[in-house]
Design a protein around this ligand. Structure first.
Ligand SMILES: [Fe+2]
Length: 168
């Protein structure tokens, strides 16, 4: 969360703070995904990650729109949680080994990222509801649905990859 502390005096403050955290998290994901795509072997995994890369860019644009509406800037937060998750995934993907096992490791890391994001978006969506910000709530729900969809796709791919990894 915040590297420097800003007062948290209202739910709106917290809402904006957490949106900034998510904005940074998404930016980190777009930087990290190309390497994971390159390091993955199974074509369906590569294309699922590629697709999520495009979806993530759309999510950043969606957040840009919300910040514009709020009259706030999106920057100023570093998502340390995402930094750690990405570092773990990057370390795993950098190792040598059986392609199916490396793919299983990439899926494992990517699903951790998705679940972290789902927690974050579920929270800000709820704050938006409580603040009477229906339009932002709908936008954040769209992103939440996309993250859930990505997670489901990864679970489906893992059903094949994990069995291949077991046979490796
Ligand atoms: Fe995302």
């Amino acid at each position: 969360m915040a590297l420097f502390s800003m007062g948290l005096d209202s739910l709106r403050d917290l809402f904006i703070d957490e949106l900034r955290d998510l904005y940074d998290a998404e930016s980190q994901i777009t930087e990290a995904l190309p390497k994971l795509i390159e390091r993955s072997h199974y074509p369906q995994l590569k294309s699922a990650l590629q697709e999520h890369f495009e979806v993530t860019r759309g999510q950043i644009r969606r957040l840009d729109g919300i910040f514009e509406g709020l009259g706030e800037k999106p920057t100023g937060e570093t998502c340390k949680g995402m930094k750690g998750l990405i570092k773990e995934g990057d370390d795993m993907a950098s190792r040598n080994g059986e392609p199916s096992v490396i793919d299983a490791a990439i899926i494992s890391a990517a699903q951790r990222v998705e679940h972290y994001e789902m927690a974050g978006y579920g929270t800000v969506r709820t704050y938006a509801d409580l603040l009477g910000e229906t339009e932002y709530s709908n936008l954040l729900q769209q992103t939440l649905d996309e993250e859930k969809e990505a997670d489901k796709t990864l679970t489906e791919i893992a059903k094949t990859i994990n069995v291949q990894a077991r046979a490796a």
